[in-house]
Design a protein around this ligand. Structure first.
Ligand SMILES: Nc1ncnc2c1ncn2[C@@H]1O[C@H](COP(=O)(O)OP(=O)(O)OP(=O)(O)O)[C@@H](O)[C@H]1O
Ligand SMILES: [Mg+2]
Length: 246
């Protein structure tokens, strides 16, 4: 089992779009795949058109009043299952704050699944919190989309500093460029500079309207725009990530 978190301190950088597409591609490869929507916004849950069913919701999983298995839902796609966000996800961070040895809670919960899945994807909300520490502890790879702009680079530096401060393994942090517009000099210059940092995958995700259309279709790009450039970009990046982690 390999656990990959899509994370960034910064919001709106393409975490969910990537998480939804990579989870789909992983399942399409035949890997037994689980996506856990840890963001109370529930965007990944929305894209996969899944409705939560577990009574007591995520709260009961964190407090171990329910088995994690009870929260797992099927999607329309073979090999792909999902733990949806629900009303109780809003208080996830507060619940974790209040618990003892809370930093490894999600890691311990996911341990149950080590034989059930090949890949687990965690779609994370932005920010720094005890949930962030949980996610890093639980993950083999923390995958961070970075928009090549000055503010995003600043955020990237802040995330690296946070790992250091919290004594989290910096080797877990891997990055890729997201929402790239290669016509912009700034994007090109920042990418060239950051590629020297070996943390970045070569493949990147451009700013493309087919990605925005995921909201209309409520599906991964591959499903409604199989031959598109956007689908190709997600496939190329997924291939590179897979080669890096397997
Ligand atoms: N490569 C892209 N090209 C164009 N639009 C994109 C791209 N990636 C994401 N978007 C759009 O940008 C918005 C934010 O994307 P997304 O929800 O994936 O970001 P996020 O980092 O998960 O945000 P949040 O921090 O709120 O969870 C969405 O409307 C999405 O459709
Ligand atoms: Mg998101």
């Amino acid at each position: 089992m390999t656990t990959i978190a899509l994370y960034n301190l910064k919001g709106g950088v393409g975490k969910t779009a990537c998480c939804v597409n990579f989870a789909y591609l992983s399942a399409a490869d035949g890997y037994r795949t689980l996506l856990w929507d840890l963001d109370p916004q529930g965007s990944a849950t929305f894209y996969y058109q899944v409705k939560p069913k577990l009574k007591g919701g995520i709260k009961n999983i964190i407090t171990q009043a329910s088995e994690l298995e009870e929260a797992v839902m099927e999607t329309d796609y073979e090999h792909l299952e999902l733990i949806p966000a629900d009303q109780s996800s809003r208080s996830l961070e507060i619940m974790l704050e209040e618990m003892k040895s809370s930093k490894k809670k999600i890691k311990h919960i996911l341990h149950e699944f080590r034989k059930s899945y090949d890949f687990i994807f965690l779609d994370c909300p932005p920010g720094f919190s005890v949930l962030t520490e949980n996610v890093v502890q639980a993950s083999d790879v923390v995958l961070m989309p970075v928009i090549p702009t000055t503010l995003s680079v600043r955020t990237y530096e802040m995330v690296k500093a946070y790992f250091k401060e919290k004594d989290l393994d910096p080797a877990k942090l891997a990055c890729f460029f997201s929402m790239v517009d290669i016509r912009k000099n700034m994007h090109n210059e920042i990418m060239e500079a950051l590629y020297k940092d070996k943390r970045f995958f070569q493949s990147y995700i451009p700013y493309l309207s087919d990605v925005e259309k995921m909201g209309t279709h409520q599906a991964p790009v591959e499903v409604f725009a199989h031959s598109s450039y956007a689908a190709q970009c997600y496939q190329d990046l997924w291939t590179e990530i897979k080669e890096g982690v397997l």
